[in-house]
Design a protein. Structure first.
Length: 730
């Protein structure tokens, strides 16, 4: 039995020098004073944290005096379990968890100092949204027939304001410009929301940080007591901290400065959640005398891949300079695939994945990464056709999105007017038309020889009858006209857009962009039947309790951070796709886009593919020529192997793009000949302008003294208020 008894570990039992490289060992052996560990991608940062926890305890530091802060509870538990295998059960007594979880524990003890009762209530996100909705209705902002942001969107705005320290109007200006008309109302609602929480002893997720920070700032005796208790503070993923979290760490270390921050400035990609890139850069200033250790030995990938990723991040304006070297030997340089368009790109990726799988590579060892969820729609159709199963992370699959299903249902009704499910889905979009009335309509259509004609001539006195007739006339006309699939989709989306804008007010611009992508996919099909058949070939969902083995991974880059695969494809690497069009005129956002590009490229263990289409489908403009992403152009040619993927339809695509460009230029010339009426704005029709978010565009109408309508080259048509936006002439 003695063999199975646990024994106390000592420093001699762990061969630190054998199990850690030189830089890791330096960090693990560091004792007192501030330490910043810049941990490059795949350089073993978790291992370094785990070994330091074990080393401190084996060296006699009481575990109760150590605090490990992470961004997920799972990460903290995993690290402490691994530390226990090295340093014994004492490691489990280390205080560990997320910033929010730790702040909650502290507030249960000290929140009375801020006037909260001991039993204050924590609201989850659903509770917060419900309260916002209640207050919005009470204040008359939302309700029947009123257009106002949903509770989910408002909750997101309020959270961003709390995490970033920005004003609500700043958040709306930069991230939700289509809400500018409600700026005053949203601001008043935010103040009412804060007041209600205080009066009713409620805290939301963000309040946990803000209130704990307030106690640390305002009550010196608490700050000193907490600092004395937690003598050694370690923070994982420090580049992802927001302003409040950074200040909490500073104040809790005020007695001793024993803070070990581990992170990678090159992987700071969560500003939309409130993360502040400047925190990790400012760490040496906030903690004078900081020792900086860089982990530059990479255990994930090969040197050819690292040469490429080192070049990507070398152009960052602000950074801790580092140069990653590979522990592994060999490898081949990344491949840059130049495709004619996103259809050809999808074909190349699908064919290459099929060859890799046929050679024995497991599908789950392959990932396709993209900047935005809709960038993979074309690829999803090709994968479905090829019978390659996939899992999508960070956004819905093409066929799962409600607005895509609505358009597909309209096409199905054109083919089969008695498709009961599709007809019900579409009729329920019509205002005041309920399930019972839908059943009545369907019963009458079943009896008719021409159901669409019957729908267009439907009789009745209900308020919805006119809209039903209009829909019937549209569908009947489209089935009778000689119109191609793309033309039919144009008309159906035009009919659907008012519903889209009113029911998905929060994000209808993004959804319209995804409908444009659906139209782009339709170019490859002769008719609706073939198109709908391919979309329906989605493999059936498996048992959710089963492991997700045997399937390819499609993922947005944000959802891929921290993961790795043997083979990685990065797709749609061109201007207008990556960087995001909304970042193009903002230097700070461009820098984050560069870091996002770097994060994606560092996910590959063996083989990395960059895919760049020459033409892309732009919302409101159709198929347009595209330049390679600026981040691709920054990579020296010697670090990539360039391959051109031939497309027999390339000439047709180029002609179509040129024709579209000629049409766009003609429209611009017509606009420029418009009236010069400025209506007091100082702008006139036809003027070329630049917006900080939407980029370049042309004034197409001056509505009044403060509003103009602009056709943007990349973002389509927008109505802007000049008192809330920065619009300049070109």
């Amino acid at each position: 039995m003695e063999l199975f008894q646990k024994k106390e570990r000592t420093l001699e039992h762990i061969s630190f020098r054998q199990e850690l490289n030189t830089a890791q060992l330096e960090a693990v052996m560091h004792q007192d004073g501030p330490l910043l560990v810049i941990a490059g991608a795949g350089s073993g940062k978790t291992r370094t944290l785990v070994y330091r926890v074990a080393r401190l305890i084996l060296d006699g530091i009481p575990p109760e005096n150590i605090l490990l802060l992470t961004f997920t509870r799972k990460a903290a538990a995993t690290m402490l379990n691994r530390a226990a295998l090295l340093g014994g059960d004492k490691c489990q007594r280390v205080q560990g968890g997320t910033f929010h979880g730790f702040s909650h524990r502290m507030l249960r003890r000290y929140a009375h100092l801020l006037g909260y009762p001991p039993g204050f209530t924590i609201m989850d996100q659903s509770d917060s949204q419900d309260l916002i909705h209640l207050l919005s209705k009470q204040m008359g902002f939302s309700g029947k027939g009123k257009k106002f942001p949903t509770k989910a969107a408002l909750c997101s705005i309020f959270s961003k304001a709390a995490n970033s320290g920005a004003m609500v109007d700043e958040i709306i200006q930069t991230s939700y410009p289509h809400f500018l008309e409600h700026l005053e109302g949203i601001g008043r609602l935010f103040e009412a929301y804060k007041d209600y929480k205080k009066v009713h002893a409620l805290m939301d997720y963000d309040d946990l940080l803000l209130n704990w920070l307030k106690i640390l700032r305002d009550f010196e005796e608490i700050r000193l007591s907490v600092s004395e208790k937690f003598r050694y503070i370690m923070v994982d993923e420090y580049q992802d901290t927001n302003l409040s979290q950074s200040e909490i760490v500073r104040l809790m270390a005020s007695n001793h400065q024993n803070v070990m921050a581990v992170g990678d400035d090159s992987q700071s990609i969560y500003s939309f959640r409130g993360a502040n890139f400047q925190n990790i850069l400012d760490f040496p200033r906030i903690f004078p005398g900081t020792r900086i250790i860089k982990l530059e030995k990479n255990y994930r990938t090969t040197q050819p891949n690292l040469d490429c990723t080192n070049a990507i991040i070398a152009n960052a304006r602000q950074k801790f300079t580092k140069h990653l070297t590979a522990h592994r030997k060999g490898g081949e340089e990344p491949t840059l695939v130049l495709a004619m368009d996103e259809e050809e790109q999808a074909r190349f990726v699908t064919e290459t994945i099929r060859r890799l799988i046929d050679k024995g590579l497991e599908p789950e060892e392959i990932a396709v990464l993209f900047r935005a969820a809709f960038h993979s729609f074309q690829l999803e159709a090709y994968l479905n056709r090829a019978g390659i199963g996939f899992i999508k992370r960070g956004g819905m699959r093409l066929v799962d999105a409600a607005h895509i299903k609505d358009i597909i249902s309209l096409l199905r009704i054109m083919i089969n007017p008695l498709d009961r499910l599709s007809l019900q889905r579409i009729l329920l979009l019509i205002n005041k038309l309920g399930p019972k009335s839908v059943e009545s309509i369907f019963s009458r259509l079943v009896e008719e020889k021409d159901p669409l004609l019957a729908l267009s001539e439907f009789e009745g006195k209900a308020a919805w009858v006119e809209e039903v007739r209009a829909l019937g006339k549209l569908l009947q006309e489209l089935t009778q006209r000689e119109i191609d699939l793309k033309g039919a989709l144009d008309e159906l989306i035009k009919w659907y857009t008012p519903y889209l804008e009113s029911h998905y007010y929060d994000d209808y611009p993004k959804r319209l962009q995804e409908l444009e992508q659906l139209k782009a996919i339709s170019h490859n099909y002769r008719d609706s039947v073939e198109f709908l058949s391919d979309l329906a070939l989605d493999p059936p969902e498996g048992d959710p309790s089963q492991k997700e083995d045997g399937k390819l991974i499609l993922s947005t880059i944000h959802s891929a951070k921290g993961l790795e695969w043997k083979v990685v494809f990065m797709i749609s690497l061109c201007e207008g796709r990556f960087p995001s069009p909304l970042a193009i005129n903002n230097p700070e956002e461009i820098e984050e886009e560069r870091r996002l590009f770097y994060v994606a490229a560092t996910r590959a263990k063996d083989k990395l593919f960059f895919c760049c289409p020459a033409f892309i489908n732009i919302q409101g403009a159709g198929l347009m020529p595209a330049k390679p992403s600026r981040f691709l152009e920054e990579i020296p040619e010697k670090y990539v192997k360039i391959v051109k993927h031939k497309d027999v339809k390339g000439e047709r695509i180029e002609k179509r793009a040129n024709k579209r460009e000629e049409g766009l230029q003609s429209s611009r010339e017509k606009i420029s000949r418009g009236t010069s009426d400025t209506k007091g704005t100082g702008f006139k029709k036809g003027e070329r302008v630049r917006h900080s978010i939407f980029g370049k565009g042309t004034i197409i109408d001056v509505l009044d003294k403060v509003r103009v309508k602009v056709l943007f080259d990349m973002a389509g048509e927008k109505t802007l208020r000049l008192d809330y936006t920065n619009l300049s002439r070109i």
